[in-house]
Design a protein around this ligand. Sequence first.
Ligand code: GTP
Ligand code: MG
Length: 369
Amino acid sequence: EPGATVKDLADAAGVPPARVVKILFSLGEMKTQNQTLTEEEIELVAEELGVRVELTEAVDLSAPEPEVEDAPEDLIEKPPVVTVMGHVDHGKTSLLDKIRQTEVAAREAGGITQHIGAYQVESGGRKVTFIDTPGHEAFTEMRARGAKITDVVVLVVAADDGVMPQTEEAIEHARAAGVPIVVALNKIDVPNANPDMVMGQLAERGLTPEAWGGDTVTVPVSAKTGEGIEDLIENILIVAELEELKANPNAPASGYVIESQLDPGRGTVATLLLTRGTLHRGDIVLAGTSYGRVRAMMDYTGHRVEEAGPGMPVEILGLQGVPEAGTGFEVVEHERMARARAQQAEAALRRQELAQGGPTRRTLEDLLG
Ligand code: GTP
Ligand code: MG
């Protein structure tokens, strides 16, 4: 990872590089403009200049990497996590409804998805975890997070509307996360559907359909009539199979917060997606600045469960604080430890906020670019 140079820091602080060189010299460090600085040097120089720099690494909210590699014999197949993405109103929620044969889209306020939903579907004896994301442009961040926690992206493109800004954005997120894309060419039932036009648009963006000699699985579907849905599920399973998704159920549980909110009666209700290990009722969960003992755990249908394994979304009660969607979580042994680490995260966040309000708005992340 390339570090910030003397010049980067000078630019960020709005001073000539020679000034930084001089300060370093006074600290006993000989550095030229293009040499990189250690974190300690950045902090010392920033202090001397009276500017703050944000150490973004201090607030890493991603799920922990396992400390020890899983032994191959501990690994079992895990349900693929499939995230449905695409432009607003292209039919993501309707498609998921059809897959689940339920009625979520009809119950949403104005039919617009405002949060991430997680569901499981069983097909031919295999479980698949589906995540719904909002297509509204305001939810860029959520789509980016959604892409990160997923094994397969289903890109929903309305056959009458074609590739739109959030379609392109979803393609970018999936690519950045290195996740395979299955295209659902939706609304083929509408009279002005033009699948060929849309396939052309996709090909222009490097997603050439298999039917055209490319390698992007593209399935024409209608969330309204149900046409093509079985074909879509089958193709998702095939793509997921190629990923060889395995996880260790015997490890301490870790994963990501999908969504969370404060319920007046029940306290914090958080949906977690497990990527590794098994979560039990009574475990102590730490998620960024939130922590707590799992008081109750429900599967996506609302049924109480005592434990949950890799690839499974669960709703839990018992957290203090409301962790942001996308925050990594892990299980820790002692509540005292959880509290201490939550407080550390809290303090780091506060420092970061202070830094952002300081004289320079540049962050170390910008510097490391
Ligand atoms: P956001 O969550 O707001 O981004 O929208 P979405 O992509 O989830 O779209 P949603 O499922 O809410 O559907 C938008 C509209 O398109 C609704 O009125 C659906 O009834 C309609 N729709 C979805 N799929 C189809 C389809 O295959 N055919 C037809 N005719 N209408 C559809
Ligand atoms: Mg929706």
